[in-house]
Design a binder for this molecule. Structure first.
Ligand SMILES: *Cc1c(COP(=O)(O)O)cnc(C)c1O
Length: 466
């Protein structure tokens, strides 16, 4: 029987594809060209298996405690995702329903962030916070340029004031749009931008100040109220009226639900615009961000393009042209499905897991917490002073061997001798999984403590905070 099968298989390559198990087919059985497009075709199942298997070598996203980006959505969302994979967000005329849903989403966010007049706002979806931050920064730059031109003053040397602990997108913004970045150093006393010595950085060429709601290094919030109060003092002393962009990549989707009394949003008058990542605590798979301005007047008309939309006019602003519409539909799905109550429950659940983990880690003899995870569910810790044969990079390596990605990295410039390790808790890290993680940390620390000589240090990687 098997003999006959083999003979038949040899007769035609088509039959061969059908009969041979996937891993012995041509392609799977041989090594593939990696940097040149192959000349011929390949059976679709074989190609699928090869791509699938290569991607299998990535880490398990659920155990990746370095990322802020959603790694779990429910089955309805997965269904919607597939159904809408062909929608292009930019084709507003072609997909007016998706365009309208986009509009509803940023209006909901403006309301959530206490915009003073919901009939006088403008916002947009983006591919993520990076694009949203770029747009917020560009609007500040244009506002400053237009004001300076009207006053007959130079627009040669714009600067932006930000914490040295900003996410890398702000470095890019300053680099790509020729804005001088004025970093306020992070110190042990001032781990976040809190207004301290702000007067030394702000001048007539300052286009704005960035406040981060949920610093990537530690999860700490920058106190927007205090920064604004300091800018009020600066205005009283110098006449300079400097506005704030809140980079709420994570926190803008946590604070409204879990710290509703904290005033960081449009309740603070100096806040010009707010951005967030729909794909972080907005609970959507990667590919969506949002930015909203306080009112139409603070988003310069010169940044807005007008496209025809159902015979009418639709204002758009974005850096990218084509991009997925499906993520916007997923965001709307989450808003409808969860509502304020659902978001509160989910984010609070993550904060509970984060504070459980941080308090357990604080009890371990070797560690000292930098933050607790009670702002956004993100916290960091460092090693206590003292001699030992291991460091946090070694612990990160040991945990990686068990599948957990828990990065170690240096803090920003001024305190870059301080190495920290961080956990980002997302909605899909259950209390139960958190216990497995704690066990892994305890066992690996025990292993490392028992070392009588240091591990080779040249293997140590520079971790990352982004
Ligand atoms: C993640 C993050 C960004 C970049 O956002 P993307 O959605 O990844 O583009 C910017 N700022 C902060 C504070 C972040 O945490």
């Amino acid at each position: 029987m098997s003999e006959r099968f083999r003979n038949a298989a040899e007769q035609s390559s088509e039959a061969q594809l059908e009969i041979k198990p996937v891993f012995t087919r041509p392609g799977e059985a041989s090594s593939l060209p990696k940097f040149k497009m192959p000349d011929g075709l390949m059976a679709p199942d074989t190609a699928y298996q090869i791509v699938h298997d290569t991607a299998m070598l990535d880490g398990n996203s659920r155990l990746n405690l370095a990322t802020f980006v959603s790694t779990w959505m429910d089955e309805n969302a997965q269904k919607l995702h597939l159904e809408a994979a062909d929608k292009n967000m930019i084709d507003k005329d072609e997909y007016p329903a998706t365009a309208e849903i986009e509009d509803r989403c940023w209006r909901m966010l403006a309301d959530l962030w206490n915009a003073p007049d919901v009939d006088d706002i403008i916002g947009t979806s983006t591919i993520g916070s990076s694009e949203a931050c770029m747009l917020g920064g560009l609007a500040l730059k244009r506002l400053w340029q237009e004001r300076r031109k009207a006053e007959g003053k130079s627009t040669e040397k714009p600067n932006l004031v930000l914490s040295a602990g900003v996410q890398v997108v702000w470095e890019k913004f300053c680099n790509y749009w020729d804005v001088e970045a004025r970093y306020v150093p992070v110190t042990k006393e001032h781990l976040v931008l809190d207004g301290f010595e702000l007067e030394k950085y702000v001048d007539e060429n300052t286009i704005g100040v960035v406040a981060i709601l949920g610093q990537t290094y530690t999860g700490l919030y920058e106190p927007v109220r205090e920064i604004a109060a300091k800018l009020d003092e600066i205005q009283a002393a110098t006449g300079l009226d400097v506005k704030i962009h809140v980079d709420g990549a994570s926190g803008a989707m946590v604070a409204p639900f879990c710290q509703p009394e904290l005033e960081w949003d449009f309740r603070v008058e100096r806040v010009n615009s707010i951005s967030t990542s729909g794909h972080k605590y907005g609970l959507v798979y990667p590919g969506v961000g949002w930015v909203v301005w306080r009112n139409k007047a603070v988003c310069p008309e010169s940044l807005i393009f007008h496209v025809s939309y159902l015979g009418g006019d639709m204002p758009t602003l974005a850096l990218n042209f084509s991009r997925p519409g499906s993520q916007v539909l997923l965001q709307y799905y989450q808003f409808l499905r969860l509502g304020r109550e659902g978001y509160r429950a989910i984010q609070q659940g993550s904060i509970d897991v984060a504070t459980y983990l941080s308090s357990s880690i604080a009890k371990m003899e070797s560690f000292e917490l930098i933050s607790k995870g009670d702002t956004i569910p993100v916290f960091a810790w460092k090693l206590k002073d003292g001699a030992r044969n291991w460091d946090l990079y070694d612990l990160a390596d040991r945990l990686r061997m068990r599948g957990w990605l828990v990065p170690a990295y240096p803090m920003p410039d001024n305190i870059s001798d301080m190495i920290v390790q961080r956990i980002v808790v997302r909605s899909d890290l259950s209390m139960d999984l958190a216990d497995y993680l704690l066990t892994a940390i305890r066992e690996e620390v025990e292993y490392l403590q028992a070392l009588t000589t240091p591990l080779p240090s040249e293997a140590k990687k520079q971790g990352f905070a982004h």
